[in-house]
Design a binder for this molecule. Structure first.
Ligand code: NCD
Length: 341
């Protein structure tokens, strides 16, 4: 196993650094389809490694990765930390309570501080849309967006695509491209960076995406992103191949967006009965954290043949390993990726 060569599907993207010419990973919106496929293919070797007893490949040995999280996180922070460690990097986590951090100068000062510590990659989660780009503009090393406000969460969309690919392959389907598939994303679309990144990623891979939310939780003008907009969940699910459920992002809501959690569950909760409207073998996804009994029922979340929620978590580590590896290649002087800085 080596991370220095293009993976088996090399024919579908340019060689070396041209396969992924970006210094940072800020959003799916900046990526070409072949760049998405490249990261997914790169992640495959890490899926294999992570399933072995010894999960170590020291390609990032001697490098320092800083995880700067200005918002709460469980799986994203943990999986970035595990990813960095499995690649042999020194990983440091910086937690900053959202309330103590102001936009503008403070954020820029933080960026300058992290830069002065000579990090080799910085992973940022921040409550403000655009904060990751702001930091990327101020530092010398690659920056990875671990979720910025309502904007993007690119590694989540990539891990979702990888989880879907694996689920399809496990069923004997090609799984490499989602052309012809209908994927419903249901929940608080308005406040969700996961919805935005997934819409872009799934469409780039050929899927038709139906977005479903109560009118108050659907962004105005979203039709311009070629999404099919639904307010009736039963209609959205009709014949769908995947139901991706999202949490109500109450921490981003100012004011009352839904009458009650009970009412919301009644109209937009994924129940076993409701799932019957989808295709017979439809898959169920959720980025976590789940609010069982609100957007998804426990007996659906835990369906072994249909729910790929834990597979999503598994793929998160592999995708983050791929992103850290690929983005540091230039600085490491990997052949075909440019000289060491
Ligand atoms: C998502 C996030 O933080 O945007 N969670 C995650 O990264 N696993 C979705 C959410 O918080 O609802």
């Amino acid at each position: 196993m080596t991370s220095t060569q293009n993976p088996p599907h090399a024919a579908r993207y340019p060689a070396g650094a041209l396969a992924f010419p970006h210094r940072d990973l800020i959003g799916i919106g900046q990526l070409e389809r072949h760049e998405i496929l490249f990261l997914l293919d790169e992640a495959e070797q890490w899926v294999t490694l992570n399933r072995q007893a010894t999960k170590r490949e020291n390609v990032l040995s001697g490098l320092t990765v800083i995880n700067a999280f200005f918002e709460n996180s469980t799986r994203t922070l943990l999986s970035f930390e595990i990813a960095g460690k499995r690649l042999g990097a020194d990983v440091v986590n910086m937690h900053a309570a959202q309330s103590s951090v102001k936009k503008g100068e403070t954020l820029i000062d933080t960026a300058i501080t992290l830069n002065a510590m000579r990090a080799d990659a910085i992973v940022i989660r921040h409550g403000s849309s655009g904060a990751t780009q702001l930091i990327a503009d101020k530092v010398d090393c690659p920056v990875l967006n671990a979720g910025d406000g309502q904007h993007e969460h690119p590694t989540q969309a990539l891990l979702d695509a990888l989880a879907l690919r694996h689920a399809l392959r496990a069923r004997g389907e090609a799984g490499d491209d989602f052309t012809g598939m209908v994927i419903v994303i249901c929940g608080d679309i308005l406040h969700s960076r996961v919805a935005r990144s997934n819409l872009l990623c799934l469409q780039a891979l050929g899927a038709r995406v139906r977005l479903c939310a109560p009118p108050a939780l659907m962004p105005a003008g979203i039709e311009a992103m070629s999404a099919e907009v639904y307010h009736d969940f039963d209609a959205a699910l009709d014949g769908a191949d995947v139901a991706m459920m999202l949490r109500l992002q109450t921490e981003r809501m100012s004011g009352q967006f839904i009458p009650s959690a009970r009412e919301y569950h009644h109209l937009y909760g994924l129940t076993k009965t409701r799932l019957e409207r989808a295709a017979p073998d439809a898959l169920v996804m959720h980025p976590g954290p789940m609010n069982r009994g609100v957007e998804i029922d426990s007996d659906v979340a835990d369906m072994i043949d249909r729910s790929i929620i834990t597979r999503q978590v598994e793929m998160g580590v592999a995708i983050r390993m791929a992103a850290l590896d690929v983005l540091t290649r230039r600085a490491r002087g990997v052949e075909g990726w440019g000289d060491a800085a």
